[in-house]
Design a protein around this ligand. Structure first.
Ligand SMILES: Nc1ncnc2c1ncn2[C@@H]1O[C@H](COP(=O)(O)OP(=O)(O)OP(=O)(O)O)[C@@H](O)[C@H]1O
Ligand SMILES: Nc1ccn([C@@H]2O[C@H](COP(=O)(O)O)[C@@H](O)[C@H]2O)c(=O)n1
Length: 644
């Protein structure tokens, strides 16, 4: 399985230029395709869902071109129904392509097959088909009744009068009918059955249809009359706004991570309903500023978001971001009227509940609501994403709580925002790590502890963990080559640290882990991949605000590969043996120069030669040879690297 590890973040600030809106991109493409004349589309979203629409249009005989590698396209409209009369279309999991194309093709007088990924075949479409059948369309189910895949046949379309469509499952059914009906040329009224959900998405549809010359008469959100004798006409150029749903992650990042975070591409003039996410998070205490084409978010004055109880029917997609923002609220939060989540890319209510529990939240889940009680402390977790781009993007925000996160299958963001994690990395500031690696007795521990003190950071002596495993194994009679038993021991090591002392099962073993026997034992158990894996998360958990200085052999290469400062600290082996001898003497421990020298050479060789996480100077690490340097000079060097 592919995954992406996000480090714990300290804060978020910066600017993000948003990718184009998915809803506007796919609607504009379809309208441009059906229109008379050519349409220049600027800033089209580059994503999987839009590619599915572009592929489908090409297969249906629509000519479109892209300006080089840009996001600007030109679509030559066909001025009516699609010219290609037989086609087999694969539409992935793109609801914004599947539903509107179904309606437009049902009125195009051809034979078409429409299919998608397995999840698309679980997403209901029966209400739309029922409506299309009311005007004579011949659409048949190829699998389960009410669900894709579909087979459309030429039919005698009888438009006019009133068509009824359900509005309480997906607003895309109404959008699909609205966009297709002008193809019939006859005035037709659509009556919505049930309370229409996601009204702002219908507003986008009506706005874009108007730009293409078709003005729909709307009576409340219940009746929509599409005029007769009208055809779509290209407005010439259409600018696609930035995606307001995608903006929600960055607005939330500013609110959770302090900010200011500014998104560019949507603002108070937006036609997208999800800009109202800004209002929702402002109600939680976030400080929001808005311009015509930008929104800026900062954290609440009080430092913590307020608990909420909100009806989020109008912003179902951006509401997912609020479910994760709830982790940062000062009390239990309730997200209401979100039943449509159940029929999206995945059952989002169920998926959210499972994943929020993983990070420590207490969740109550209902048919159309979710209650999130934030945990006292967030728990690092591996988040499953259910092939749902929004799950991946939402959960990246948990890292802003100073909690490392693993996002499984992160490429699902390609559906709407292929560069999401790059943009997120530009605004999120990880808890800084200074990684100091080097051979035994080179002075890493001494230097790292002083650097940590100077910076006010936490300190990790990773070698002590391997020493503890060796000591615990020797005490328990576990052979130092029994990898499985050693890994089990390492995974549940009953050890803790207090100031500079180390405890094993409550006993102070600070000196016991420093004996030569424990040193040799440590270097033997450290060769084993399973032991190293068992200690990995434990080491990563030391990364806490305001920062960490970590020393060992693989701090910069494996444990904290993204460390901002990496130093390879070394010294000649004789100098190191002399230092170690002096150190042991000062502690009143027995030592012999000759055996110390041999022991260091053996350990260095074992550490450097092992297959997993070998001791090495990384290309991005600064080399510091302290053979001729004092401790203060070495500390000064590292601090200089951190501050430069
Ligand atoms: N630059 C230096 N010059 C002289 N002595 C030093 C220097 N750096 C460290 N020392 C001394 O060397 C001894 C060994 O240092 P330290 O324990 O920090 O090394 P280490 O690399 O952490 O060793 P290990 O990997 O075995 O834990 C200590 O007594 C320390 O004070
Ligand atoms: N990141 C690390 C740290 C240590 N080891 C192994 O543990 C032994 C003891 O470490 P000290 O730093 O306390 O000397 C060392 O010899 C290494 O074999 C490691 O593998 N990775």
């Amino acid at each position: 399985m592919e995954f992406l590890d996000l480090p714990p973040m300290l804060s978020a600030s910066g600017r993000v230029r948003l990718p184009g809106s998915k809803s506007i991109s796919n609607r504009t493409l379809l309208l441009a395709a059906l229109a008379e004349g050519a349409t220049e589309i600027r800033d089209l979203l580059a994503s999987d869902d839009v590619e599915r629409m572009l592929d489908a249009l090409r297969a249906l005989g629509v000519v479109w071109t892209r300006e080089g590698d840009s996001d600007n396209y030109c679509v030559r409209g066909v001025g009516g129904p699609f010219p290609v009369k037989v086609a087999d279309l694969f539409l992935g999991n793109a609801g914004t392509a599947f539903r509107p194309l179904t309606a437009a093709l049902a009125l195009s007088g051809g034979e078409y097959r429409l299919s998608g990924v397995p999840r698309m075949h679980e997403r209901p479409i029966g209400d739309l088909i029922d409506s299309l059948r009311q005007i004579g369309a011949d659409v048949r189910y190829m699998g389960n009744d009410g669900f894709p895949p579909l087979h459309i046949f030429p039919a005698d379309i009888r438009p006019g009068g009133v068509v009824r469509v359900r509005g309480d499952v997906s607003s895309q059914f109404l959008t699909a009918l609205l966009m297709a009906l002008p193809l019939s040329g006859v005035e037709t009224t659509i009556e919505v059955v049930g309370e229409l959900i996601s009204k702002p998405y219908i507003a986008i549809t009506l706005d874009l249809m108007a730009q293409f010359g078709v003005d729909v008469r709307r009576e409340n959100w219940e009746r929509f009359t599409v005029p007769g004798g009208v055809r779509y006409r290209s407005p010439g150029v259409v600018f696609v706004e930035g995606d307001a749903s995608s903006a929600s992650y960055f607005i939330a990042a500013g609110a959770i991570g302090g900010g200011p975070v500014r998104v560019e591409g949507v603002g108070r003039n937006s036609i997208q309903g999800d800009v109202r996410f800004a209002e929702a998070i402002a109600a939680l205490g976030a400080r929001i500023d808005m311009g015509d084409n930008w929104i800026e978010a900062r954290g609440p004055e009080s430092g913590r978001l307020k608990a909420f109880d909100l009806d989020l029917n109008h912003i179902p997609d951006a509401a997912m971001t609020l479910a994760v923002a709830a982790l940062f609220a000062d009390g239990p939060c309730r997200l209401r009227n979100i039943a449509s989540w159940r029929v999206k890319e995945t059952d989002r209510i169920a998926a959210m509940a499972i994943e929020l529990r993983k990070v420590g939240a207490t969740i109550e889940e209902g048919a159309d609501y979710l209650c999130v009680t934030p945990p006292d402390k967030l728990v690092p977790a591996a988040i499953d994403t259910y092939d749902d781009h929004r799950m991946a993007m939402c959960f990246s925000l948990v890292s802003l709580g100073g909690c490392r996160m693993r996002i499984n299958e992160p490429k699902c963001v390609n559906k709407t925002f292929p560069t999401y994690f790059e943009r997120f990395a530009e605004i999120a500031r990880p808890v800084p790590v200074v990684a100091i690696d080097g051979p035994s007795a080179s002075g890493k521990g001494t230097v790292a502890a002083r650097v940590a003190e100077a910076l006010g950071y936490h300190y990790l002596d990773s070698g002590s963990l391997y020493r503890l495993v060796a000591l615990a194994a020797m005490r328990a009679g576990i052979a130092l080559d029994d990898e499985r038993a050693l890994a089990t021991l390492a995974a549940a090591l009953p050890a803790h640290f207090e100031a500079e002392r180390v405890f094993l099962e409550g006993e102070d073993v600070s000196d016991a882990i420093r004996t030569e026997e424990a040193s040799v034992g440590a270097s033997k158990v450290a060769v084993m991949p399973a032991v190293r894996a068992a200690l990995l998360d434990r080491q990563r958990d030391y990364r806490r605000a305001p920062g960490l200085v970590a020393e060992g052999r693989d701090m910069g290469s494996v444990v904290f590969p993204d460390a901002g400062t990496k130093v390879f600290l070394t010294a000649g082996v004789e100098a190191r043996a002399r230092r170690r001898y002096k150190q042991l003497m000062e502690k009143g421990m027995a030592a012999n120069m000759e055996s110390l020298l041999k022991d260091l050479q053996d350990r260095d060789a074992r550490d450097a030669a092992r297959a997993v996480a070998p001791l090495q100077k990384l290309p991005d690490a600064a080399l510091l040879d302290t053979t001729e340097l004092g401790v203060e000079q070495a500390v000064g060097f590292v601090l200089g690297r951190v501050r430069s």
